[in-house]
Write a protein that binds this ligand. Structure first.
Ligand code: ZN
Length: 372
């Protein structure tokens, strides 16, 4: 086959929306929300071309579905001008059929780990100096190798982290974790910055298979990424007299990337930290327990797409006033897919650590799992 340089890229199959059309979609928004999109996002689209030898054609068709898909590849680059988060979406990666991920292997490893110390936390794990906090669906422990002065674990009553988690169960677990944070804060009033995370399975950094979240309460100021976002949002408010989080939501929602759940706003991020990132925004003044139905819905959406390894993190205002302005800072959760646990290649490389995230999952496909 002769490769004609400069030929137009092949026609895309009809879809309800695609990251490759992002520039056009933003241009066709209503003026007010388009202005918000232009305040927050810089979007560029470029085409990368290549010329494979005939000997490669069969392999390319097998890997990518067609030769044409590879000859010219659309790359959409999105930069958040407020936070300087950024992603590079490659149409070629995005159009690969969704693969069934290594759920079967993960399940076997989860079953083999039954009987681990988290299955009997009272004898298998240490407690904090203020004791244990007990909920209906979990109990806290003190993390044995701490990364902060207060570093606890919420051990699920279920061993298997992939058992579907209802909004009620998640609400109980978030409330139990918050009670842990309040106990830490009572023990040390300077430890007012609460952070909650969940590394689900080893691929996402979890060293223990048994379902568990981790909590820290830190001092001085919030963790740098949280404090940075607070400052960036305030600067945006000052510059534009607009609420950053409301604008961010409006833009994603107007593009068809948003879903609401019991008052919380969920969107498939246009600048995901890695694959399929979902952001869940509450309302300023609420706590994260109010986000439980939305977070449970987001996790269920991940599971319906075969995702088994993921990170969840909560960004929250401090447990007591610190003299800074947190009034406009909504409680928020972030959830990201870490890929197939059977894959030996890390999903994170130098691009993600030092430049911008390289992303395959199209946010317009990601949000469909939440709309179903
Ligand atoms: Zn266990």
């Amino acid at each position: 086959m002769t490769v004609v340089r400069g030929a137009s890229p092949p026609e895309d199959p009809p879809r309800t929306g695609s990251i490759v059309d992002l520039e056009e979609r933003i241009a066709s928004l209503d003026p007010e929300v388009r202005a918000a999109a232009e305040r927050i996002l810089a979007v560029t689209t470029t085409v990368g071309r290549l010329d494979p030898p005939t000997e490669m054609h069969e392999w390319i068709v097998k890997q990518f579905g067609s030769l044409e898909a590879v000859l010219s590849q659309k790359v959409v680059r999105v930069t958040n001008l407020v936070t300087f988060e950024g992603a590079l979406f490659n149409d070629l990666r995005a159009r690969r059929p969704a693969e069934v991920k290594g759920g079967a292997d993960a399940r076997e490893t989860i079953e083999k780990a039954r009987g681990d110390p988290f299955c009997h936390p009272e004898t298998g794990t240490p407690q904090d100096d203020f004791g244990r906090i007990r909920g209906e669906h979990g109990i806290t422990a003190s993390n044995i190798a701490k990364y902060d002065g207060y570093h606890g674990v919420l051990i699920f009553d279920e061993h298997d982290p992939l058992v579907p988690m209802s909004a009620d169960v998640l609400r109980d677990r978030l409330a139990t974790a918050r009670r842990w944070a309040q106990a830490a804060h009572e023990a040390d009033p300077a430890a007012r910055y609460y952070f909650l995370l969940w590394n689900c399975l080893w691929r996402a950094g979890g060293s223990i298979v048994h379902g568990h979240m981790q909590m820290t309460a830190t001092r001085g100021m919030h963790y740098p990424k949280v404090e940075q976002l607070r400052r960036q949002a305030l600067a945006y408010d000052e510059r534009h007299q607009r609420d950053y989080f409301d604008d961010l939501w409006s833009v994603h929602d107007a593009l068809g990337l948003g879903v609401q759940r019991e008052g919380a706003r969920i969107f498939a991020s246009l600048t995901p930290v890695k694959e399929s990132e979902l952001v869940i925004l509450g309302r300023p003044g609420e706590d994260e327990v109010a986000l439980a139905p939305a977070i449970a819905h987001a996790i269920a959406g991940f599971r319906s797409r075969g995702v088994v390894a993921y990170n969840l993190a909560l960004y929250l205002s401090p447990l007591s006033p610190d003299g800074n302005d947190w009034r406009r800072f909504p409680p928020q959760a972030r959830l990201v897919d870490r890929g197939d646990p059977a894959n030996k290649t890390s999903d994170i490389g130098a691009m993600e650590l030092y430049a911008a995230s390289v992303v395959a999952a199209d946010p317009f496909r990601v949000v469909e799992a939440l709309q179903a």
